[in-house]
Design a protein around this ligand. Sequence first.
Ligand SMILES: Cc1cc2nc3c(=O)[nH]c(=O)nc-3n(C[C@H](O)[C@H](O)[C@H](O)COP(=O)(O)OP(=O)(O)OC[C@H]3O[C@@H](n4cnc5c(N)ncnc54)[C@H](O)[C@@H]3O)c2cc1C
Length: 317
Amino acid sequence: MINLREISQKFNIEEEFGVYENAEMSRRFSFKVGGKTPLLIEPLTEDALLKALNILEAEKIPYFILGGGTNIVFSDNGFDGVVISAVKLNRIEQLAADGDDVILKCQCGVLMNTLVNYAVKNSLTGLEEFCGLPGTCGGAGYMNARCFNKEISDVVGTITYFDKNSSKNDASGGIFEKKTLSYDKSLWQYKISPFTGTDKVIVSVEFRVRKTSDSSIQQKASEFMKERVEKGHFKFPCAGSVFKNNHAFGKPTGKIVDELGLKGHSIGGAQIAPWHGNIIINRENATSKDIKELVEFVKEQVKEKTGFELEEEILFY
Ligand SMILES: Cc1cc2nc3c(=O)[nH]c(=O)nc-3n(C[C@H](O)[C@H](O)[C@H](O)COP(=O)(O)OP(=O)(O)OC[C@H]3O[C@@H](n4cnc5c(N)ncnc54)[C@H](O)[C@@H]3O)c2cc1C
């Protein structure tokens, strides 16, 4: 257990952080599972986020960054450290660019759906496919989220992030500093960004959009949302696709699971969606253990019957 009182004091500064001790976390995850964390903080400014990272590094306290919690299965045992939530960093700025090109600079906690609505309202096109994508810009950047054949790497510009400066590393741990990364195609792959699996913290993401006089963009965005609803994305708590697709399999992972007759299979309160082989739902009071066991079950079945090795897209914390 971390020394809650001591560390909580360091964040007890009203203008800089929201602070929640012994926080129940399940409602912060789209799967609605998971235990408690001794300390949850919500930095209100980018400087506060930087301060938090530097304090926690210096104190050697484990932490992780939480976006919208829509791709995470959070442990029933909780997390013995500090969860840093990005939700209060939610400013969108419109930056001028050349001709009809516009840059939308979004702090990491801006919800993707809010961003799409903002763009459409301002007659800016390029993001409609992301309408209804749960989660934040930071999370989508980290995951290189992909919707209807468009991925974040297709629209991203410069990303601002905090990174440990190795030259300042000393006995008290690394010191974070602000850096920027311009878009470089070679650093992005299917569901992998330059941030995936690193401890870099995305502060803001720039999206490249274009001015348009085409008034149908609102309808286009609504149609993408409608398709999600029809696919049953929002019927039960879930985290979207559980497994990555893989061209080598010759068909979508959901179809493979479907063909093995696994749709509807349950372990505890977790169930493979009866309408989609690549979605696991929290049918009734599931635990993260139920979800983990069901994921392992599907992987074993698929390996045994087809030889394919599925790779999880959802993250276990
Ligand atoms: C109903 C439903 C439908 C979905 N549909 C899709 C879909 O069509 N396509 C798709 O790609 N995904 C989909 N998802 C999955 C999920 O929405 C995306 O992966 C989303 O981009 C995750 O964003 P988040 O903010 O919720 O990230 P979280 O789940 O909070 O975090 C995911 C990872 O990103 C890291 N992270 C978050 N913010 C930051 C930051 N600022 N800096 C560094 N790291 C950070 C976290 O530490 C974690 O490792 C769906 C999920 C649901 C529930």
